[in-house]
Design a protein around this ligand. Structure first.
Ligand code: AMP
Ligand code: TRP
Length: 329
């Protein structure tokens, strides 16, 4: 059996370099090793309130970003989650075997619900079941994600195994793929929290769409550690270690070689180098992004084809699942 890789990103705001380094950049490399499905998970996005008009725009922007970073639609299936109704359907079926205690333990749910106070939807609670449905629907064997998603992946494995033992062999328990460095890019304004689109300050992140001047400004303002010296040491120097990780991913130069290059030099000079490395990494992506957003017909063609391919497989699988569960005629 050939390996199938599945992953997705929520269409909320612009993507930042944490998303790029932690997810999309990996995908462009993995597409040469696996058959890949990349999904824009809009049903996940609405587990917290969204502005409908903005959401619609973001869905296409994320799809265009997939292409701009170099995902090849000839090799991979690119599609929008809500256009394949079997995702929601399988999520319901799986929710009947998921346990509420398992979902209560999810740290992402705990974090998000603390922030929302009373305003926690049932959808936010069952979010990981929908994610399991995304993955199990296609007999996925490999799922690359940032390290914040590993607990959700574990639930997908648990649900696959539980379903199989209750109803007979149906699903594949997928493997999680987390890269060694860059799985958790931290905020530029606070290296103790992960870089996030929803951060209070825009100095927390660099967006994939930020222009050169903004990138330079944000790099210069990035917090550094009290102890000087460009050296990687996550415990003693969390801020510079995070910046070194970003530099490494932006330039392809090893962390050891970057340390050598800046030995005896100050943080100011290092930050200037970092900004230029980021600009070099992002400018070709930005150029392609504007090409795709200015040619909606091409994007539509790719997403329509992706939807057809995904639906074909999803319809087959959901039939089997319903048969095993004994529902329908
Ligand atoms: P999200 O923004 O939560 O939809 O995440 C999209 C993808 O980017 C997921 O695979 C995340 O694990 C990954 N990701 C998000 N934030 C970061 C970060 N700060 N560092 C590394 N990966 C991240
Ligand atoms: N929950 C993931 C995130 O926020 C997005 C996601 C939804 C996903 N379904 C998925 C990732 C399936 C991998 C596989 O990053």
């Amino acid at each position: 059996m050939t390996d199938l890789l599945f992953s997705g990103v929520q269409p909320t705001n612009n993507l930042h370099i944490g998303n790029y380094i932690g997810a999309l950049k990996q995908w462009t490399e993995l597409q040469h090793r696996y058959h890949c499905m990349f999904c824009v998970v809009d049903l996940h996005a609405i587990t917290v309130p969204q502005d409908p008009a903005l959401l619609k725009k973001n869905i296409l922007d994320i799809a265009a970003t997939y292409l701009a970073v170099g995902i090849d639609p000839k090799r991979c299936t690119l599609f929008i989650q809500s256009e394949v109704p079997e995702h929601a359907e399988l999520a319901w079926l799986l929710s009947t075997i998921a346990k509420t205690g398992e979902l209560e333990r999810m740290t992402q749910f705990k974090d998000k619900s603390v922030k929302r106070g009373e305003n926690v939807s049932l959808g936010l609670f069952s979010y990981p079941v929908l994610m399991a449905a995304d993955i199990l629907l296609y007999d996925t064997t490999v799922v690359p994600v940032g390290d914040d998603q590993t607990q959700h992946l574990e639930l997908a494995r648990v649900l696959a195994t539980r379903f199989n033992s209750q109803f007979g062999e149906t699903f594949i328990a997928p493997q999680t793929l987390v890269q060694k460095t860059g799985a958790r890019i931290m905020g530029l304004d606070d290296p103790s929290v992960k870089m996030s689109k929803s951060a209070a300050s825009t100095y927390n992140f660099i967006s994939i769409a930020d222009d050169a001047d903004t990138i330079r400004k944000k790099c210069l303002k990035a917090v550094t550690d009290t102890e000087g010296g460009v050296a990687y040491d996550v415990m003693k120097k969390p801020a510079i270690s995070n910046l070194l990780t970003i530099y490494h991913h932006a330039s392809g130069i090893s962390i050891a070689d970057i340390e050598k290059e800046y030995a005896g030099k100050g943080y100011g000079e290092f930050k200037k180098g970092l900004a230029e490395a980021l600009i070099t990494m992002l400018s070709p992506i930005q150029k392609k992004l504007s090409e795709y957003t200015s040619d909606p017909a091409e994007l539509k063609k790719i997403l329509d084809a992706g939807c057809r391919t995904a639906r074909e497989q999803a319809e087959k699988k959901i039939k089997i699942v319903k048969e095993k569960m004994g529902i329908g005629r």
